[in-house]
Design a protein around this ligand. Structure first.
Ligand SMILES: Nc1ncnc2c1ncn2[C@@H]1O[C@H](COP(=O)(O)OP(=O)(O)OP(=O)(O)O)[C@@H](O)[C@H]1O
Length: 257
């Protein structure tokens, strides 16, 4: 049995059908990258997994237990085991780096302050930002902010890490740093990772497996080698950077029509 299973999952927003019938397995210890055009539902998938959005049909199981039917009271325990690095890192600018990283720990666990201090220091070390506890997020670069976001996610020592477009908006050097960090974090903490990205270079570097979403379904999945050699036209177009087939005006604007 896979660690995470989406079965027949349906998700709609009013008339818009994001998922018609989503099937996806995520295996313990793997690094799975989700690719697909803008607006195809990649972030929605991650949010359903941690209960920020609810599925309209089907089942989602985590570690053998169904989670899609859980109430708001039960999700904090799940979010303790599934950490998320949100798009843009989502730091609180009015709080120091220390308080940002400690935030998740305080929310999820009752720990004495000296243990929080240790866990924050270790998480910042793990992301290559030792000693930055007193800095304010506004004084950090985009790459450093992402790393603080990652420190916050790993401080709770999750079993699964979700990354929503971790390299978007970063220059090539910081992109490379984040890619390496994703690979190292997986090894160091033995976590299962799910990464949503538009960046195929990153996908090739960090993935054990890649799954492509298109119009409500997983249309393809395979290893990095499979992706490089596939003759599936949707995957090939995506790898080559061709605009996705879409009827969504926002997406057309984003991809320049
Ligand atoms: N809370 C919401 N309310 C209404 N519609 C939503 C909501 N969240 C997402 N959507 C819609 O669901 C669709 C999928 O969104 P999602 O953010 O998952 O796309 P994505 O594949 O992650 O795209 P991108 O790569 O641009 O981030 C989009 O059409 C989006 O407008």
């Amino acid at each position: 049995m896979a660690l995470i299973e989406f079965r027949n999952v349906r998700k709609v927003f009013g008339p818009k059908v994001v998922y018609e019938d989503l099937h996806l397995d995520v295996h313990a210890g793997e690094s799975l990258t989700i690719i697909g055009g803008s607006g195809m539902g990649k972030s929605v998938m991650l949010k359903m997994l941690i209960g920020l959005l609810r599925a309209d049909g089907g089942t989602i199981t985590f570690d053998g237990k169904r989670i899609d039917d859980k109430g708001e009271r039960e999700f904090p325990a799940i979010r303790r085991r599934i950490g998320m690095l949100f798009q843009g890192a989502a730091l609180f600018d009015s709080m120091s780096v220390y308080d940002n990283v400690a935030y998740g720990l305080r929310e999820h666990e009752r720990l004495p302050e000296n243990e929080i201090e240790e866990r924050v220091a270790k998480a910042l070390e793990d992301v290559g930002l030792p000693g930055t506890q007193r800095s304010m997020p506004t004084s950090l670069s985009g790459g450093q902010r992402k790393r603080v976001g990652l420190a916050r996610a790993i401080a709770i020592r999750p079993q699964v890490l979700l990354y929503d477009e971790p390299t978007t908006g970063l220059d090539p050097i910081n992109t490379e740093r984040i890619n390496q960090l994703i690979v190292e974090t997986k090894k160091l903490l033995n976590v299962t990772s799910i990464v949503v990205t538009h960046d195929m270079e990153s996908a090739f570097e960090i993935s054990d497996r890649i799954a492509m979403i298109h119009k409500g379904y997983v249309v393809w999945s395979g290893t990095v080698d499979d992706a490089r050699s596939t003759d599936n036209p949707q995957v090939r177009d995506f790898i080559m950077g061709h605009a996705p087939e879409t009827d969504d005006a926002a997406t057309l604007l984003r991809y320049g029509g």
